[in-house]
Design a binder for this molecule. Structure first.
Ligand code: NAP
Length: 278
């Protein structure tokens, strides 16, 4: 049997790095935009034809949610055309494709956690571009896993916990308490994707830290676990306006096989704090 060779795209990002940590070097090829720009269809086709990986995991994305409101063309190129290109190329070669998506495909009006078959209705350009990417993948490669995650963070990379812990070391912080979601520690998501690939049950999956919380409670737990003494002051979203609308309630749950469930968001915070404090 030939050795497994998974191809991770967006390798320098938070999830890209976590996936490389889950898989030994012998099991993964890791490329970022310097090696392969996913917006270039003919290059994508040529590179995949040459490499012939077992599975392609697309962790590459335009993730600057607020910038996307004005820079919409770039967001759609990377988040919609990129996955479309990958789905065409992998579909032609019969290779499974994992496309990472987001809770921002939902409008946040639900009063219970969103499952895989709830109807998307994105509020922002970023959410629209990610939803378009999902649809393109479904259309072009039947061997797809669409993995929606949320509030992703890692000790490597720019993200909310790293920023707020940095601010909390300098003094008190103000954090919104009326937006709810599922904080997801990237190494937990990477391990979940690894388990998912074993199933060969193609489809749409919600893989996020189990349970839901607000940014405010998330920060309180973070400070407690990391050992930051500063006060966390609750504020409303109106007091912290941003260019892109966020779903007020984006908690994700799954009705798929419990085998793929991720640890709770609290366990994610604990694991992050252990790594952060080293
Ligand atoms: N971060 C979150 O809170 C969150 C929440 C829900 C879902 N997600 C999804 O989860 C996935 C991983 O997110 P992440 O936080 O790990 O993202 P990230 O840290 O922003 O990493 C994305 C990587 O993709 C690269 N990239 C951008 N354009 C590219 C292109 N045309 N071709 C190849 N690579 C390109 C980026 O390079 P540059 O840095 O040079 O642009 C970056 O290295 C994404 O699909 C994202 O939409 C993220």
């Amino acid at each position: 049997m030939s050795p497994v060779n998974n191809l991770v795209l967006g390798a320098n990002g938070q999830l890209g790095q976590a996936l490389q940590q889950v898989w030994a070097a012998s099991k993964v090829t890791a490329w970022d935009i310097e090696e392969l720009d996913i917006t270039r269809l003919e290059v994508v086709r040529k590179m995949l034809e040459q490499l012939r990986p077992c599975t392609v995991i697309n962790a590459a994305a335009y993730t600057r949610v607020d910038d996307a409101e004005t820079d919409w063309e770039a967001a759609f190129r990377v988040n919609a055309l990129g996955p479309r290109n990958l789905a065409l190329a992998t579909g032609e070669l019969g290779i499974p494709l994992v496309q990472i998506s987001t809770d921002y495909v939902f409008d946040g009006k639900s009063t219970r956690p969103y499952h895989e078959f709830d109807r998307p209705n994105p509020l922002s350009v970023y959410g629209c571009s990610k939803w378009a990417g999902e649809e393109a993948v479904r259309a072009a490669n039947p061997k797809h896993y669409i993995v929606r995650t949320a509030w992703l963070y890692h000790t490597a990379g720019k993200n909310f916990p790293s920023t707020i812990c940095g601010l909390g070391r300098q003094g008190d912080v103000r954090v919104v308490n009326d937006q709810f979601g599922s904080p997801t520690y990237a190494p937990h998501l990477a391990a979940g994707i690894d388990r998912l690939l074993e199933t060969q049950a193609y489809g749409t999956y919600h893989l996020a830290g189990a349970g839901g919380t607000s940014w405010y409670d998330f920060t309180c737990r973070l400070f407690q676990e990391v050992g930051i003494q500063s006060t966390v002051l609750p504020i409303s979203s109106d007091q912290f306006p941003r260019p892109a609308a966020r779903p007020p309630y984006g908690v994700l749950t799954t009705i798929q096989d419990p085998f793929i469930l991720l640890p709770s968001w609290e366990e994610g915070v604990r694991a992050f704090a252990n790594a952060w404090n080293q």
